[in-house]
Design a protein around this ligand. Structure first.
Ligand code: SF4
Length: 231
């Protein structure tokens, strides 16, 4: 299969995954190429994301609901080519109901801009939607209960690349508790056909600024994959 055919095949896979996310399990018509390339899915994706947020509601499915102020659903462009997935909200995120708005969030924003993107070009979410008390690590039962929501967000957004931030996000998305971020970061994984790049969490980088360059090398690999010019 040539490069062009492989790209068309990848596009078709994404479209079929999108229909699957809508609950459609067969397509009764064949689409000519010219018919589908101009379809704008953004309205539908917003509806699907709004529907998912409604389904989460005032969630009490796990014990983290007891102490949270606000559910942090996620934000960004529903048509994003790039999706960042973190661990769980911190204090500022819990206060504001938005992901990555504290000091670590400012660092993430700077990183996104260094990549030549804007924060509203990408989609940002966490695997856990409510703040764990004292910012402790989320527990296994909490991850297991909340994980379905990030899975659905990924299915709806269908980014071209996912970046997981930190160990817990990586282990949770890949459903593999033995992955070590220090040994695997910088290497592409695959989540349901989507390339996934693990890198350090910005909060870790604030504590260990000497490792920022490692994250930047990871981002450069993502930029190459997305064909974003490196300045
Ligand atoms: S962390 Fe997730 S499952 Fe638990 S209460 Fe919050 S939204 Fe619900």
């Amino acid at each position: 299969m040539g490069t062009q055919e492989a790209e068309i095949f990848e596009d078709l896979k994404k479209i079929l995954r999108y229909y699957e996310a809508l609950g459609i399990d067969n397509i009764p018509v064949s689409l000519e190429r010219d018919q589908y390339i101009d379809i704008d899915f953004s309205g539908d994706k917003n509806i699907l994301l709004d529907g998912l947020r409604e389904e989460i509601g005032d969630c009490t499915r796990c014990k983290l609901s007891k102490h949270r102020k606000k559910i942090v659903f996620g934000e960004g462009n529903p048509n994003a080519r790039l999706m960042f997935i973190g661990e769980a909200p911190g204090r500022e995120e819990d206060n504001q109901g938005m992901p990555f708005v504290g000091e670590a969030g400012m660092l993430l924003t700077r990183l996104i801009e260094k990549m030549g993107l804007k924060r509203n070009n990408v989609y940002i979410a966490n695997i856990i939607k409510c703040r764990p008390p004292m910012n402790r690590d989320p527990e296994e039962d909490e991850i297991k209960t909340c994980r379905v929501f990030i899975e659905r967000q990924i299915e709806i957004i269908m980014p071209e690349v996912i970046i997981t931030l930190g160990r817990i996000a990586l282990q949770s998305v890949m459903n593999n508790p033995v992955l070590k971020i220090t040994s695997v970061r910088g290497n592409f994984f695959e989540y349901k056909g989507i390339p996934l790049m693990p890198t350090f969490h910005p909060a870790y980088l604030l504590r260990n600024p000497k490792d920022k360059w490692l994250t930047w090398t990871d981002m450069q690999k993502v930029m190459q994959r997305l064909k974003i010019e490196i300045n």
